[in-house]
Design a protein around this ligand. Sequence first.
Ligand code: FAD
Ligand code: NAI
Length: 472
Amino acid sequence: MSKNFDVIVIGGGPGGYIAAIRAAQLGFATACIDEWKNDKGGPAPGGTCTNVGCIPSKALLQSSEHYEHAAKHFADHGIGLKSLSIDVAKMVARKDQVVKQNNDGILYLFKKNKVSFFHGRGSFVKAVDGGWEIAVGDEVLTGKQVVVATGSSARALPGLPFDEDKILSNDGALRIGAVPKKLGVIGAGVIGLEMGSVWRRLGAEVQVLEALPAFLGAADEQIAKEAQKAFAKQGLKVELGVKIGEIKTGAKGVSVAYADAKGAEKTLDVDKLIVSIGRQPNTTGLNAEAVGLKLDERGAIVVDDECRTNLPGVWAVGDVVRGPMLAHKAEEEGVAVAERIAGQHGHVDFGLIPWVIYTSPEIAWVGKTEQQLKAEGRAYKAGSFPFMANGRARALGDTTGMVKFLADATTDEILGVHIVGPMASELIAEACVAMAFKASSEDIARICHAHPSLAESVKEAALAVDKRTLNF
Ligand code: FAD
Ligand code: NAI
């Protein structure tokens, strides 16, 4: 196998493997290096997303949602079950199978696109004439251009390393072998809510402790309030404004001392504790300092708007750089970088990256929140439509939540769309397309949407901006 490449990508997560495929499609001799190992020590490309992130979490969310439907909602449909049980080992094995299908799929895509894959840790050796030497195992490759896509890892609380038995990162949270009686979660962010939901649905008593006084501060306030109400009704306990103190682990479980929002000292005793307080960029092992690759104070690789680092011919994308830590953001950056290397005008619109939280109800948004528009002093109109008034939602038996539109007061351009409710993850795509084409809320209001469909709520929310909903 040749060791001289036009493009070397370090990291095979969604940022890296997509960058490699796009570079190969553009005619470049491309290598992708990834060190993730499966349980047999073999390659498992796909990064955090495929192995311990997006894909396995959605597999468990799906299994646990089926279970909850069977336990709580089938009876409404006249479906009786004599008994109901959950085989956690089988559920986790199915999740592992889904992960493996994705790992294999990426290896197939590398072959199909003629990307040379190297399993191991990639690190910078030195700059050479017209490129870089990159070591992987005993080999040294040379690349004219290098894309760093080394991703991120879970951040631990100071002095409390993950043991993945009692103190769990996302990795351990996806591999719990039996439903814990009591599960604690530190951090009511995306992982805390998703993983907390999985184990609550399966019968665990879940308590989430969050430092900030507001619930889901990044979401639109109205949507966050609606979601908070729904989670409370389900029995997912979230305590806001806490200050975590000493955490002790023992044979029986984990004891978390904390001060509540009023300063009262409390203790939470649980069998297992998920710590989901954010993630940190992966740069150890890259030999970044030796070649002078610039990092910021958080350890992220410093890049410009186009993902160029301070080193010539070295780019960085995904979780290892600034911006939201999302798989689709990493992918878009990967494609854009490959196209820029080819002299094209790769483009990522950072204002149009959707967020989705795959709880039930799902939460999804794109663009500005109402509080952001207020802070900017921008004149806007708002319109919302509840799923309660949507025929398809009633037929589904899932009427929680709403769709909310925010549009410019003068031009009617859509500035933000926020959804809490069934299939929000799918419905938000219409808003992304509309906003990318700079549509007005009137544009959406005048488009024929199939009946009965949840998407009609999107159209009705657009009509609501002009106060002319038809079904509410
Ligand atoms: P990663 O996916 O982290 O991939 C980096 C890869 O590089 C890894 O395989 C790593 O082993 C490898 N690597 C690191 N250093 C080296 C080296 N020196 N040499 C060789 N290889 C190296 N995002 C969403 O958009 N939707 C979701 O539903 C979602 N769910 C998530 C659920 C969980 C539990 C978690 C933890 C994350 C989730 N995310 C989700 C976030 C998403 O996983 C990340 O944003 C995404 O994986 C980032 O992609 P990346 O390519 O930048 O990095
Ligand atoms: P997060 O940033 O979403 O949430 C972390 C939460 O922990 C915040 O609310 C923060 O205030 C809180 N926190 C921080 N320190 C704390 C402390 N000492 N005590 C109590 N609370 C504390 O991070 P999370 O959940 O770890 O997820 C990491 C990232 O992974 C997400 O930001 C997201 O980018 C990505 N992700 C995306 C998903 C999706 O798109 N559906 C799913 C899961 C993860």
